[in-house]
Design a protein around this ligand. Structure first.
Ligand code: CTP
Length: 385
């Protein structure tokens, strides 16, 4: 879970999709620390009572009919999701409060065309209005009540976070390498490592939420791929594939964060057929070095702002400073893998950031999401635009 974000959200809900959409939205929004006040319309109240909405949101609840100008003024962001066409029209025609954004997520029928909806409402939209239209896979099945197409709870939440989080990296093209690589021995066996990709995925989300356009080149991940409109995931398998994909993208990258646990060695040859043991007591596996992606980029004359990682078991500062220099990084993030709660396959990390000017920032033990936010804050501060 990300660090808590303070923000007051006014949420108008309408129609049958509240059951599948709003409960999940409220769960995610509360996890982020947002205060959401729900104003259900009469049709939403057919599905849940005022008391139930108050319990789900953890905030006082009144019906939409009693919404006042004061309520509208008290919010940092306003969201109507799900919203019928009729509700949208009503909200847009009576909107006197341009002081904060109105995000509008219409509930469409699966056969409706989002572009037509955009055209229909375009004449009514002002600068602080944003239509959140569903993508092709945002279809909610309401059983006997049919199907609805609606921007997912996660997409609505990201749209809100984009309004609340300072867009320090707006439009910056960021490349990330994430997760482990897999080095195949034969069709059955491989060499890999314990990386889950969690630190990298947290960094991808933290950068995307600050407005960066993120290309995430990743090996196999323990969690689902981070879903954000600013993240473009590219799946690879081996160190060589990660190297090729990264070098193909690096020319138009402004900030590169190389967080992947790239295998340092790969089998010399790949056996097309499964290797049989044939009664042998042991076997010899010949390995060769993989290309070092970070070092290769560091040597480029016109290189992006470069962030590297180091997992150390001893002499953290000495080794980290050596890597910072030898791989020409602008920031090197190091952690001590011997410390409990640090490094692979855990959800926390204690990172120290080292900088070429001799400075360092020691972070306390944090969730990987919080650590990612602190690293992105340093990137925004130190990166010369
Ligand atoms: N890295 C890379 N390509 C590789 C190996 C590592 O891009 N083939 C990157 C990692 O993503 C990370 C940093 O380099 O940002 C880690 O540096 P490295 O010197 O490989 O660290 P260790 O593997 O810890 O090295 P050593 O075993 O020498 O300590």
């Amino acid at each position: 879970m990300a660090g808590k974000i303070s923000g007051r959200v006014l949420l108008v809900v309408d129609g049958a999709a509240v059951l599948v959409h709003t409960l999940e939205f409220l769960r995610q929004a509360r996890q982020h620390g947002l205060k959401v006040r729900v104003f259900p319309t009469a049709s939403a109240l057919l599905f849940q009572s005022i008391t139930a909405w108050a319990a789900y949101s953890g905030q006082p609840c009144r019906d939409f009919e009693s919404l006042t100008e004061e309520d509208l003024q008290a919010a940092d962001v306003r969201l109507a999701a799900p919203a019928s066409g009729r509700l949208l029209q009503l909200l847009l025609q009576n909107d006197q409060t341009a002081s904060c954004p109105w995000l509008l997520a219409p509930a469409l029928l699966p056969e409706d065309k989002p572009e037509e909806m955009q055209q229909l409402f375009a004449p009514l939209l002002q600068e602080h209005h944003k239509l959140l239209l569903p993508s092709s896979d945002d279809v909610s099945d309401l059983g006997a009540m049919g199907k609805l197409s609606l921007a997912s709870p996660g997409r609505c939440l990201e749209a809100i976070l984009a309004e609340l989080i300072p867009q320090e990296l707006a439009g910056v093209r960021v490349l990330l390498t994430v997760g482990p690589t897999i080095e195949d021995i034969d069709p059955v066996r491989f060499i890999s490592n314990r990386s889950t990709g969690r630190m990298g995925q947290a960094l991808a989300l933290a950068a995307a939420r600050r407005g960066a356009l993120v290309t995430m080149i990743h090996g196999p991940l323990a969690d689902p791929v981070a879903d954000h409109p600013n993240i473009r995931p590219l799946a690879v398998r081996s160190a060589q594939e990660m190297y090729d994909a990264t070098l193909a993208e690096i020319g138009h990258t402004q900030v590169a964060i190389l967080c992947a646990a790239v295998a340092d060695f790969t089998p010399n040859t790949y056996a097309e057929e499964k290797i049989k043991k044939q009664g042998a007591e042991g076997m010899r596996l010949l390995l060769r070095r993989t290309p070092d992606i970070l070092a290769t980029i560091g040597q480029q004359e016109k290189r992006p702002f470069l962030v590297g990682f180091a997992a150390e078991s001893n002499d953290l500062e000495l080794n980290a400073r050596h890597k910072l220099q030898s791989k020409h990084c602008d920031i090197l993030c190091a952690n001590d893998i011997r410390e409990p709660g640090c490094g692979f396959a855990v959800r926390t990390n204690r990172i120290t950031m080292f900088f070429p000017d001799g400075e360092k920032e020691e972070l306390p033990m944090l969730s990987k999401d919080e650590a990612a936010e602190r690293i992105c804050a340093q990137i925004a501060r130190r990166w010369e635009k």
